[in-house]
Write a protein that binds this ligand. Structure first.
Ligand code: FES
Length: 102
């Protein structure tokens, strides 16, 4: 079910907004004009990955430095072997809506 989690003007490239829902912590950012929403959990050992470093379309976990491609969620290097959980996003006017089970 889609829920409004942010406004378009709140999300900028190079920044991450985290929204707590009952279901999950959802991190939202923008990459090459595309809004990306992903679970704020590193698949290696559960670190809050929104505290990681953004690097040209990827994010690096602050704990053991696994790297993930944001557009696909793909784990790009060890120690992570599982991809990030991404959520479907749709834009409704100025609102960013994310498909979550809440
Ligand atoms: S918890 Fe993210 S790389 Fe280990």
């Amino acid at each position: 079910m889609y829920k409004k989690l942010a406004r378009l003007n709140e999300i900028k490239e190079g920044l991450i907004k985290v929204v707590e829902t009952r279901y999950a912590s959802i991190a939202i950012t923008k990459v090459a004009d595309k809004i990306i929403a992903f679970e704020d959990v590193c698949t290696h050992d559960g670190e809050s990955i929104s505290n990681g470093k953004l690097e040209s379309g990827s994010i690096v976990c602050p704990r053991h430095f696994a790297k993930f491609e944001l557009v696909s969620g793909k784990a790009l290097c060890m120690p992570a072997t599982e991809d990030l959980t991404l959520f479907e996003v749709r834009i409704s006017g100025e609102d960013i809506e994310v498909d979550i089970e809440d």
